[in-house]
Design a protein. Structure first.
Length: 273
C-alpha cells in the first residue's frame, strides 16, 4: 500500500501547494480522497489520473476540498472510450453536490455531445452517501467511515483504508472526537489537517480566528496519534502554510505529544507500507 499527498495546501492559493487531496494506492486500486484545486495535475505527477481512480471519497463539502470534482468528472468522461461512471463516496449532501456540479457543466456537456458523435450521454456518477460503518469490503480492500467534527460544516466523515495487512486513516478537517479515535486505533498512517495555533492567533483577522474552532491544532493531532497508537502522523493542509525553513518547528511541536514518526507533508510526498 502507498500513500501520496497530492495536495497539501489550504484555501489560500500558494504556488507550491495544490488543494487538499490524498491518494491511497491499495491492492492495485487508486483511491482518491478529496478533490482540491490542481488535483489532476498532481495526480499526473503521481502516475495516476481520472481513468485510474477506483473511487473518489469526500471528507466534507467545503469548497477547497471539492473544487476540482468537476475537473475529475469531466476528464474521466471525455478521456474514456466507453461509458465509465465515476464512483463518489461522501457524507450526506454529496449526491446534491454531484447533481449540481453536472448541472453547472451543462453548457460544456452540450457542446461536447454536439461535437463528438461517439459521446452519446453525459458524465455518469455512482454516488454513495455514508456516515458510520463499512463503506466497501471485498476481502482485499476494506474502507470504513466514521463521523468527524468540523462543525458548523456538518456532516463530515473520515476514512480508514485497510489492505495488505496495513491501515491508513484520512481524517480531513476535524477536531478530536470519538469517531476519529475509532478510525485511528492502531493505524499505520494517520493523515490529518493541522493548524499552528500560535501563528493563527497572531493574525489580527476575526475570520482567521474562527478557524481555530474547527481544525485540529498540531497538539491536537499529536495527542490523537498518541492516544490511538498510530505509527506515523502525517500533517497536511497546514494552516498557515509553513514558512520555508520552519518545517522543523512544526514537527518539534508535535513531538512534544507524540513519539512516533512525524511528517509535515509537501505535495507528492509518498510513503510505502
Amino acid at each position: 500500500m502507498k500513500v501520496i499527498t497530492l495536495g497539501t495546501g489550504s484555501p489560500l492559493p500558494e504556488a507550491g501547494r495544490a488543494g487538499p487531496a490524498t491518494l491511497v494506492r491499495a491492492a492495485g486500486r487508486d483511491l482518491l480522497f478529496d478533490c482540491g484545486r490542481g488535483v489532476l495535475m498532481r495526480s499526473a505527477a503521481g502516475a495516476s489520473g481520472p481513468l485510474a481512480f477506483h473511487t473518489v471519497f469526500l471528507t466534507h463539502l467545503h469548497s477547497d476540498h471539492v473544487t476540482d470534482l468537476n475537473d475529475v468528472l469531466t476528464a474521466r468522461w471525455v478521456m474514456s472510450p466507453v461509458p465509465y461512471p465515476l464512483r463518489v463516496v461522501g457524507p450526506a449532501g454529496t449526491r446534491r453536490l454531484v447533481d449540481r456540479t453536472i448541472e453547472m457543466l451543462g453548457d460544456d456537456i452540450a457542446y461536447r455531445l454536439a461535437h463528438h458523435a461517439d459521446l452519446e450521454q453525459g458524465p455518469q456518477c455512482e454516488v454513495t452517501e455514508v456516515s458510520d460503518g463499512t463503506v466497501a469490503d471485498d476481502g482485499t480492500v476494506r474502507v470504513t467511515a466514521a463521523p468527524t467534527d468540523h462543525r458548523p460544516v456538518h456532516p463530515s466523515v473520515g476514512y480508514r483504508v485497510e489492505a495488505e495487512g496495513r491501515s491508513v486513516v484520512i481524517a480531513g478537517d476535524t477536531v478530536p472526537c470519538e469517531g476519529l479515535d475509532r478510525l485511528c486505533a492502531g493505524a499505520d498512517v494517520y493523515v490529518q489537517t493541522v493548524l499552528r495555533r500560535s501563528l493563527v492567533e497572531a493574525i489580527p483577522s476575526p475570520r482567521l480566528q474562527d478557524i481555530l474552532e474547527y481544525h485540529s491544532s498540531i497538539q491536537d493531532a499529536a495527542a490523537t496519534a498518541a492516544r490511538a497508537g498510530v505509527g506515523t502522523l502525517v500533517m497536511t493542509h497546514a494552516i498557515p502554510s509553513p514558512w520555508p525553513g520552519t518545517e522543523a518547528e512544526w514537527t518539534a511541536e508535535a513531538a512534544e505529544f507524540f513519539d512516533g514518526e512525524i511528517v509535515l507533508a509537501d505535495d507528492l510526498w509518498e510513503c510505502g507500507l
